[in-house]
Design a protein around this ligand. Structure first.
Ligand code: DP6
Length: 362
């Protein structure tokens, strides 16, 4: 297997004290061009593009203590409590990344993760959590690093990807691209890179109001959904579409063309769910309210010529995206017509953010 980052040695990082603590706060992200379908070890079938969020973050604290060789290991806590399901995922992740960080054999870790958003809000926390954890471990390797340059972030993105594909993109602020695409110089399936073009004013500070339609656990996980792409009858067509949409969205960004931007984002969201519906076996993560919200957004947009669009991740919740300047027009609409359709009227006001930060502050 091609590994761009060579495994390090088993000796402990030179300046690592006998014990200490590292913290990172890392955001979730929402994909505009969707990653759906994997190949090899956690590599994407197509390139994806995302907006990094600001408010929806995970705070990870990693306490470490040196041990005798071979006695390394970890305890994991979610919101200060043991969590057997997450614990299993974290332990198998640590096993997976051990070849890159053999010094983990000589450390005992205590990992604690907390989210800024309620666990049952239906917001995927794997991207924010896995990116925060990867950043902590990469910092451990480079202890006591204080400057986080592009090499550091690239490795953190690579490591985050091994935990969850979309987490690779959360390592960067604003917008990030993951997956090899001919239009993006330096893009890679192995790690994400920051969006290399200038982000036009209209897309800066993009607002994302997350409408929580259903906060329950999904019937089909993203990992299962990705698997179903392997024998999907429309897989090749979908991959072609994603690549073309990537080209088109770059053009729309270059020309500050909101209408094209919106139409591609919606096409991606609906195509993602169309792939789920037409998988074998097919499944749907959409709810009646999801479709009602989409209808209302379209009607409102047509009537008021408003700059608002929507996207969906692998679930029923709707992300409403609009430029900052459009808030005055859009917010009353969301409050009056959309909020009543949310589960317990729960909406989360988020927006484009600047990416992870060391420490446990937002
Ligand atoms: C629909 O990154 O959650 O949100 O790699 O198995 O952890 P794993 O999957 P995950 O899939 C995300 C799929 C998506 C689209 C996207 O974020 O690009």
């Amino acid at each position: 297997m091609y590994q761009p980052f060579s495994p390090s040695t088993e000796s402990l990082p030179a300046q690592l004290p006998p014990s200490g603590s590292i913290q990172w706060t890392s955001p979730s992200n929402i994909a505009l061009i969707k990653y759906w379908g994997k190949k090899g070890v956690q590599l994407p079938m197509n390139a994806s593009l995302s907006v990094t969020l600001r408010e929806s973050v995970s705070h990870v604290t990693l306490d470490f203590q040196q041990t005798e060789k071979g006695l390394g290991g970890a305890d994991f806590y979610f919101e200060g409590q043991e969590h057997p399901v997450f614990n299993k995922l974290v332990m198998s992740y640590l096993e997976h990344i051990r070849p890159w960080f053999p010094f983990l054999n000589r450390l005992w870790l205590k990992i604690d993760s907390r989210n800024s958003f309620p666990h049952s809000a239906g917001i995927a926390s794997s991207a924010s959590f896995m990116s925060a954890l990867a950043l902590c471990i990469c910092q451990l390797e480079n202890y006591p690093l204080k400057e986080y340059g592009s090499d550091f972030l690239r490795k953190a993105s690579f490591m985050a990807r091994l935990g969850s594909g979309s987490a690779a993109r959360s390592v960067y602020g604003k917008m990030a691209a993951w997956g090899k695409h001919p239009a993006i110089h330096d893009s890679s399936d192995q790690y994400a890179i920051p969006f290399p073009e200038k982000i036009p004013a209209i897309f800066q500070n993009l607002q994302d109001t997350i409408v929580v339609v259903d906060a329950g656990t999904k019937k089909v996980s993203s990992s299962q959904g990705h698997q179903l792409m392997k024998n999907h009858p429309y897989a090749q067509t979908r991959l072609k579409q994603a690549n073309q949409n990537f080209h088109k969205i770059l053009e729309a960004a270059e020309n500050s063309n909101w209408k094209t931007f919106a139409s591609i984002i919606e096409n991606e969201a609906l195509s993602l769910h169309a792939m789920m519906l037409s998988s074998i076996p097919g499944f749907s993560l959409l709810k009646q309210q999801t479709l009602e919200i989409i209808e209302k957004v379209k009607n409102f947009r047509d009537k008021h010529n408003a700059m608002i669009t929507f996207t969906l991740d692998a679930g029923p919740n709707v992300h409403l995206l609009y430029p900052h300047q459009e808030r005055k027009m859009v917010l009353p609409f969301i409050h009056d017509q959309i909020k009543p359709l949310a589960e317990n009227e729960r909406i989360i006001a988020d927006q484009m953010g600047n990416g992870p930060q060391p420490g446990n502050k937002k």
